[in-house]
Design a protein around this ligand. Structure first.
Ligand SMILES: Nc1ncnc2c1ncn2[C@@H]1O[C@H](COP(=O)(O)OP(=O)(O)OP(=O)(O)O)[C@@H](O)[C@H]1O
Ligand SMILES: N[C@@H](CCO)C(=O)O
Length: 311
């Protein structure tokens, strides 16, 4: 039987004021999905995994988009997906998104559907809808395209990679906690439905500064822009360690810090001026004060989804 392997990397969405719009792929973790054509008789998705994610395709971020693909292309095929999880889930690292992108990319290759990367994002978003109740496109856009991306249109999906002219590396501060089922769904319920114009203006300034700082290679602008006056604040009860951790990162001259997606992971941008050792030491104490340990993982900006035909 023909089978295809696809690998998609972890991601950090929002990046300060870019809620549901900005996201960054990183090489820290990845999911791999093997897709195999079992028969051409019955429209069905069979699931296997090395992890405790749901094996009901409708409740799995990899299975749901593949079911939608088979329906969209009116294919009565049985497809087996083996989801090899490498991205820890429920921690704000785009785990559900990575599976979704890898699954859609693998089936695209397996069935020669000729999907563009934006088509892959369009279908992978169905996986996010299945697990968080919202079709947020940011994580899947970063896992599909790589780099730092802006989703400039939702319908139709349009994704733009942001040119990066600033040298920096990444550190993920990952709490060793179990956030339970549907963490992102709960986090999205905390986001206010309406905000004051002053908050919109403040976030527009942040977003402009962050993006312009990346493009111009202006460290101070990136530092000024990596902030958020709305979503991060509304969700603080889900990551009480964050404000102090951010203050420590900035004190020791990190370029900036933000919540990774819906958290609780914190993303820190740093360079040679940053006193990383002090951040790890004092940041570790902050995590302990909140009752958990944190892993401090350094990594780099990631690539887009990789596909490999196996036979
Ligand atoms: N293939 C999958 N990979 C990861 N989680 C999955 C998958 N399929 C279903 N899930 C469920 O989705 C939830 C994890 O997704 P969730 O959106 O909450 O966090 P995340 O994707 O890890 O991080 P982020 O905050 O970046 O979205 C868990 O409840 C998990 O059981
Ligand atoms: N933009 C999404 C990303 C989830 O990783 C959210 O913050 O809910």
């Amino acid at each position: 039987m023909r089978s295809v392997k696809a690998t998609a990397f972890s991601s950090s969405a929002n990046l300060g004021a870019g809620y549901d719009v900005l996201s960054m792929s990183h090489l820290a973790f990845s999911d791999t999905v093997y897709a195999e054509l079992i028969n051409e008789k019955e429209r069905r998705v069979m699931m296997e995994s090395n992890s405790n994610v749901p094996l009901d395709p409708a409740r799995n971020s990899a299975g749901a988009p593949v079911e939608a693909l088979l329906k969209e292309f009116q294919l009565n095929y049985t497809i087996k997906l083996n989801v090899i999880k490498g991205v820890p889930h429920g921690l704000g690292l785009g785990s559900s998104g990575a599976s979704a992108v890898a699954a859609v990319a693998a089936v695209n290759e397996l069935l020669n559907l000729h999907l563009t990367l934006e088509d892959i994002v369009k279908f992978a978003v169905i996986g996010e809808q299945a697990v968080s109740g919202s079709p947020h496109p940011d994580n899947v856009a970063a896992s599909a395209f790589g780099g730092i991306v802006a989703v400039t249109s939702h319908d139709p999906i349009r994704v733009v990679r942001i040119p990066i002219n600033l040298n920096f590396r990444l550190m993920l501060v990952i709490p060793r906690v179990n956030t339970g089922e549907g963490k992102t769904k709960k986090a999205r319920e905390l986001v206010p439905k309406q905000i004051e114009v002053s908050k919109m203006v403040e976030n527009t300034r942040f977003l402009s500064s962050f993006i312009l700082g990346l493009v111009k290679g202006d460290r101070a602008l990136v530092r000024e822009g990596l902030n958020d006056a709305v979503v991060e604040r509304s969700r603080e009860p889900m990551y009480p360690h964050y404000p102090k951790l951010k203050e420590i990162a900035l004190r020791y001259d990190a370029i900036g810090a933000c919540v990774s997606g819906a958290g609780p992971t914190v993303l820190i941008l740093y360079d040679d001026s940053t006193k990383l050792g002090e951040i790890k030491q004092e940041g570790g104490k902050v995590c302990a004060q909140h009752g958990f340990q944190c892993d401090f993982i350094t990594t780099e900006i990631g690539e887009g989804v990789r596909v490999e035909g196996l036979n």
